[in-house]
Design a protein around this ligand. Structure first.
Ligand SMILES: [Zn+2]
Length: 458
């Protein structure tokens, strides 16, 4: 039987495979031939060397070798309705890109049937990319957001979503301008009351003012108050592109800088996730660190749109908690392996061109894996539950086939000596490097949340 025919569908189960996971404190665990056991509640009960497990336990396990089990990816920034736009709009300035591509696409979701049709497929696509947790933006329409939550509920993915709030610039011409703010807050509240903590805590609500350009100070303030009151997350964008920053300066002359716009609204803090944070002054970076505000770093999007390269090493040195986001469709792919690759390349480019003034070596493959998993969970405050493969944590896992990375063609892959290849990949850093720098959508063979298999990976 091939591994694909043996993939466990639901907890409890046991699986035999190589297990690689980041651990707290910057360490990595690699169990070359491991047995992982998941209990009926979907929690990881044990991870042991197969050799130490005994034949009874091994016989009861699904043998997934030569696949590798990793923690599921945590995508901290994605726009659900924009998934079909992936790959379009290269190098358009941010504000033009929004007008020409994004807003018309999101307007189509005014018909909830569009969300009903696309929602399930979009979550399957995240799972196919290896993502088991997504922090996502939706649209301004409440009915469509309800449909998106229902789709996430039945798919099984871990999802924190929010209705987009915008009262200064909006794409919904049917709403009377004077009522937008109250309606936006009321609809966000009712969605949060329905969905925050639903499915046993697998679903969550993020109050989602789009960004300062499309929001009044009053909406920003009310949205932050709502998130605090209901214990939800609060997400928005910050300092992505220079024209955007200039516009924020014009719209909020009373604020010291972009970060101060959100600070004055009460939006900073440990439950707040700001996407991009590319062009920050020293003061802004320090203020985000001081308030514990989280950052979603979205390198594929930043290069695709041409917004810039975030100084990642500086942000980390400043004490900020940073994870990764695909930012589809600012980014053209859902795979966080692809995001790690682009992130690694762009940080190398930044170091080569302008340096980072720091002595630290560049982040390696295992660091990038950590950013996409355990650090993503830390950003969400969920690292006690997910983000790594440890006993007691929930079984949010993926299985990848190292033999299915991007093919080199010409028959090279078939011609390589299997033993030499196994030697090359024996070091976990080498294996993860291969997965990142030659990632291919087909290498993700299975994904589970709380031990339940997700539809999507093939
Ligand atoms: Zn975005």
């Amino acid at each position: 039987m091939r591994p694909a025919d043996r993939v466990p569908a639901a907890a409890p189960f046991a699986a035999r495979a190589r297990v690689i996971t980041p651990l707290p404190g910057g360490r990595t665990r690699d169990v070359a031939d491991g047995l992982i056991e998941v209990d009926a509640a979907g929690r990881i009960e044990s991870i042991v060397e197969a050799a130490a497990a005994g034949t009874v336990r091994l016989d009861a396990a699904a043998d997934l070798r030569p696949w590798v089990i990793l923690p599921g990816m945590v995508d901290l920034h994605a726009h659900l309705p924009q998934v079909p736009n992936a790959g379009l709009g290269y190098a358009l300035p941010l504000l033009d890109w929004l007008e020409r591509l994004t807003f018309p696409t999101e307007r189509a979701w005014s018909d909830p049937a569009v969300a009903e049709r696309l929602g399930p497929a979009i979550f399957r696509a995240f799972a196919a990319a290896g993502t088991t947790t997504v922090l996502g933006y939706g649209v301004v329409y409440e009915a469509a957001m309800d449909a998106a939550f229902r789709a996430a509920e039945s798919h099984g993915i871990r999802a924190i979503l929010g209705k987009v709030m915008m009262d200064r610039v909006t794409y919904d011409p049917t709403i009377e301008p004077s009522t937008i703010l109250d309606r936006s807050v009321a609809e966000s509240r009712s969605l949060a009351e329905r969905w925050h903590g639903a499915a046993g805590g697998r679903l969550g609500y993020a109050v989602t003012p789009r960004f300062a350009v499309s929001c009044t100070a009053e909406l920003l303030r009310e949205s932050a108050a709502l998130a605090r009151e209901l214990g939800c997350w609060w997400q928005t964008h910050v300092a992505e592109d220079t024209a955007e920053i200039a516009e924020v300066g014009r719209l909020f002359p009373e604020a010291r800088d972009y970060v101060d716009v959100y600070d004055r609204a009460g939006g900073l803090g440990e439950r707040s996730v700001l996407a991009h944070a590319i062009h920050l002054s020293e003061r802004e970076g320090a203020r985000l660190a001081e308030t514990g505000t989280r950052i979603a770093h979205c390198p594929t999007s930043n290069l695709f749109i041409g917004a810039g390269i975030m100084p990642l090493a500086e942000r980390l040195a400043a004490g900020l908690t940073v994870g990764l986001g695909s930012d589809v469709s600012g980014g053209a792919e859902l795979s966080l392996f692809g995001v790690m690759r682009t992130g690694a390349y762009s940080q190398q480019a930044r170091r080569a061109l302008i340096g980072d003034g720091l002595e630290a070596p560049p982040l390696g493959p295992l660091d990038w894996l950590r950013l996409g998993t355990l650090d993503g969970a830390r950003v969400l405050g969920l690292d006690e539950a997910i983000g790594s493969i440890e006993v007691g944590k929930e079984a949010d896992l993926i299985a990848v086939d190292p033999g299915r990375t991007a093919p080199l063609g010409g028959g090279v892959d078939a011609a390589v000596d299997a033993e030499a290849e196994a030697d090359r990949l024996a070091d976990p850093e080498a294996l993860v490097s291969r997965l990142i720098f030659r990632s291919d959508p087909s290498m993700v063979r299975a994904a589970w949340v709380r031990g339940r298999r997700l539809e999507g990976p093939m």
